[in-house]
Design a binder for this molecule. Structure first.
Ligand code: SF4
Length: 481
């Protein structure tokens, strides 16, 4: 079985009743498998997904949230607050990172959210540890009254391996409303008096962290890279593999460092462990690359372990080297994209399919910072510009930008690519916001691209001349989904 199977069985064996999530690489396949076995729903955004999970927790049901790494930014608000607020039944946030940026807008490391929110983070090595992490995470979440993060990557989800299923367990904690008698400051003090020490005690003694002492040189690794280290490391190199990675088991780590002459840290994608200790080598010293770790990187680092610093010239990859991800030849939005380009005004995009219009030869988008961000970004333009936004992005968080634009009297032409699916993540259905938008924005026009359409360039020019907000709901059928 693979990492996906291990997680699904662990959720079943943990008696999880509710799973919420937002599609995206690398976790869409995991969620689809979960949906075959457990009550679950695709949420419109990650903050909503976590808030639903917290609601289930308060009512005594275990719940999980499945999100890609960038979704962690969106759910960070309730995540950080929930630790001092306290929860009831266990809540586990499964975050899929994308080292190497195969299908994402950045390469951020979800383990950082453990440090920020002060919650435990597990970084499993293989399907066996992934299963065990989920099982232990629910128990730990209930003991510490805080959510727990499990960080995964695509390679872990796809890797085959054995695991043994244990007996099922049920929630052992209820939500205690006594915390409403304590001030906000008092909640943080209580957290550091009770919950955080329990988290440290757990990670310090966790049997999921393993150590093999063999020689003068040592490697500290975390997550899937530990699997790679085990396959390449010579017999005389020691290995500390960390799975319970936050709070960092400091005593274990520092004594491992003290017992070895040189210690290399191997982790994806950022130097999260490396930054918390001294006297080690890794990304900060140039021994290891940022992002995805390959066997050759570890071998090269060990060859150079005698050096204190390695100078690595970083040459940023260009679109020409990689090749632009093309827009489908039969995309119904191509004529609209051409018309938008001809207006010559600034264009804010989104990170759905619209982002494909950013690369040459179209080079249509001026900026696209986040999912749902097009309308707010265009609200900041010095002149009336265009926001190109998908219908999923509008439901995700773009609707907030629309409300703000109306409230603060911004001038934007919003073009919603209304194809009723989240085409970038596998064709999941999207809420229809036609009624909501058309009742809120007076100048809302439905444009059915399946039928003969007016002169698009002229239409956009008219909308750009008007003051205030204009919305074009451009309906097209995505031929892929
Ligand atoms: S997946 Fe659909 S919406 Fe996206 S570019 Fe292709 S045809 Fe257009």
């Amino acid at each position: 079985m693979n990492g996906i199977d291990a997680i699904v069985f662990a959720l079943i064996d943990s008696n999880v009743k509710s799973v919420t999530g937002v599609p995206g690489f690398p976790i869409t396949k995991l969620m689809e498998k979960v949906r075959e076995k457990i009550g679950s729903e695709w949420s419109v955004n990650e903050k909503v997904a976590l808030e639903i999970a917290l609601g289930s927790s308060v009512c005594g049901e275990r719940s999980a949230v499945i999100t890609k790494h960038v979704g962690m930014n969106v759910l960070a608000d309730p995540l950080v607050s929930s630790t001092t607020h306290t929860i009831g039944a266990g809540v586990v946030v499964i975050a899929g990172d994308d080292p190497g940026i195969e299908k994402s807008q950045n390469e951020q490391d979800s383990r950082f959210y453990g440090l920020l929110a002060e919650v435990p983070v597990f970084d499993p090595v293989n399907p066996g540890t992934a299963y065990q992490c989920i099982i232990e995470a629910f128990v730990l979440s209930e003991k510490t009254s805080a959510p727990v993060i499990i960080r995964l990557t695509d390679r872990l989800l796809q890797t085959a391996g054995d695991f043994s299923r244990g007996s099922t367990s049920s929630p052992m904690a209820g939500f205690d409303k006594k915390m409403w008698h304590i001030t906000m400051k008092g909640k943080h003090q209580l957290f550091h008096k009770t919950s955080y020490p329990l988290m440290c005690e757990y990670s310090g003694g966790s049997l999921l962290n393993t150590i093999k002492k063999r020689g003068r040189i040592g490697i500290i690794s975390s997550g899937f890279p530990s699997y790679i280290v085990d396959s390449v490391v010579p017999d005389d190199v020691s290995h500390l593999s960390l799975v319970a990675v936050n709070p960092l088991p400091m005593e274990l780590v520092t004594s491992f460092i003290d017992e070895h002459e040189r210690v290399l840290v191997v982790e994806e994608t950022e130097p999260v462990i490396e930054k918390q200790v001294t006297g080690v080598f890794g990304k900060l010293t140039g021994h290891m690359p940022y992002g995805k770790v390959e066997e050759g990187d570890i071998r090269k680092a060990l060859d150079n372990i005698g050096k204190n610093v390695i100078s690595n010239e970083i040459i940023p990859q260009t679109i020409e080297q990689r090749g632009a991800r093309p827009i489908c030849d039969n995309c119904p939005y191509l004529p609209l994209y051409d018309a938008v380009k001809e207006t010559g005004v600034p264009v804010a995009g989104d990170v759905g399919c619209v982002i494909l219009a950013s690369a040459p030869p179209l080079s249509l988008i001026d900026a696209a910072f986040s999912l749902g961000g097009a309308i707010s970004t265009a609200s900041g333009f010095y002149r009336k510009g265009i926001a190109l936004i998908g219908d999923f992005a509008l439901a995700h968080s773009g609707i907030n930008g629309l409300v703000n634009a109306v409230h603060n009297r911004h001038d934007v032409v919003v073009v919603v690519l209304q194809n009723e699916v989240s085409a970038m993540t596998g064709g999941q259905p999207v809420p229809d916001l036609t009624g909501l938008v058309s009742s809120y924005i007076g100048d809302t026009q439905i444009l059915d691209l399946e039928k003969p359409v007016p002169d698009l360039k002229k239409l956009l020019a008219e909308k750009l001349k008007k003051k205030g907000m204009s919305v074009i709901l451009a309906r097209g059928k995505c031929p892929v989904y």
